[in-house]
Design a protein around this ligand. Sequence first.
Ligand code: XIL
Length: 463
Amino acid sequence: MKFLMILIFILSLSLVACGGDGGGSDEETNSESDADSDSDSDGDSDGDSDGDSDTDGDSDSDGDSDSDGDSDGDSDGDSDTDGDSDSDGDSDSDGDSDGDTDTETGGDGDTDADGDSDTGHKTCDNPATLKEAGECMEPPMLIGAAIGKLWGPIDPKCYGESRCLNTASAEHNYVTCENEMKWQVIEPNRGQFDFTEADAIVNWAIGEKMKVKGHTLVWHSQMSEWMNALNADETRAAVENHIVKVMDHYKGKLYSWDVVNEAVETSTNTGDSGAKMRNTVFYQRLGKNYIDEMFQFAHDHDPSVKLYYNDYSIDADNEKFAFVYDMIKGMVDRGVPIDGVGFQMHIGPPNNYKVTGETVSKNMRKLTDLGLEVLISEMDINMCGGQISQDTQLELYHDVVEACVKNSSCSAITFWGIDDPRSWLNNFDEAQCGGSGAEPLLFDGNFGKKETYKRVMAALTGK
Ligand code: XIL
């Protein structure tokens, strides 16, 4: 009997000991109200368990750097954009501490690499405009629009049409110049800079209290011809001079920059296969680490603005995303100062259309698990060509915006224009429109709110 009692005592001791550490490291955090759970915003880097591997085939064969890189700590490489950060961005319920009418977003947010759960932005109930819906979120989200002055299918362009500008400033708080900051416009001849067109838009936007994203410093398209004639040293000097002059001109005025745009290509624009580094003048002359160099250079020159990589057809479960993810992860691992990745989100011909809310959500989560911000940077959904029906368009507008709302490190959504008739897609041959019919945006030709607007607003308010 005595022996039996001793045995029971020993057994119960060992059970207590097992229970003590069984939960394993970090898992336990998420139960206890995840006071700081959404760690993923601030560069924990850590557990990307799922990490790179994923990809498929192509891997980084020819592409992405993976070597040296430039040391220096990831200094700022993290989201934290929107002020208040995660003060409360966690664990929904109750919430409405602070004044305004808030409800919660889906609450069932995704689980990140650490097994923590991110419940996304907390949304509010009855905002009057898109920008108000973004401003009243916690953390806030910027709502942007591209404004064109120079190119576009009809005149006047948005900048010359007061109803277009009024709609832009009433509904948005973030602006991208559609064409006016591109190399071809800003530095048409070597060393000769012309900021007239971009300045007009930037000054208007600042006057309207909107933030501005610079678009774009390094891109193969809408590039000046004179760059083709340069050797490696001259190319490096020219691109550094371009970055310095342009960033200096806008110092203190811009919130962010698309530093490198569309550096990855695939066999077709849908991004399904054949992913590799795009064979641009920068890649040819400066080699595979040119992207690291450009970000480092931009950061050293002006550490106060956010620096983004921007690309299209990375919103689906495809080879292009896998390749871009590996490239970006390599940059983060090497300490390259990148703040985030823009998903252009031009859905429909000629780009990817096999996108769903889930694919967007999954791809965004992989990047935010690296400690980066993500943003939707050029959204429109093209109905020409027959791949996307009106119902699909409405569903996608809702679900893609919802994917951003449910990720607290998704910091902005920019639409590529205001009204349908002025959309670039109508006159872009590969978009298969032949002059009209893309109907890809949120406002019609009279600046009336379309059903697409309503679906976006629903998603921005957690519905
Ligand atoms: C487009 C403009 O909207 C058009 O007016 C111009 O003719 C071509 O460029 N990805 C980008 C944007 O990063 O700069 C492009 O803008 C659309 C695709």
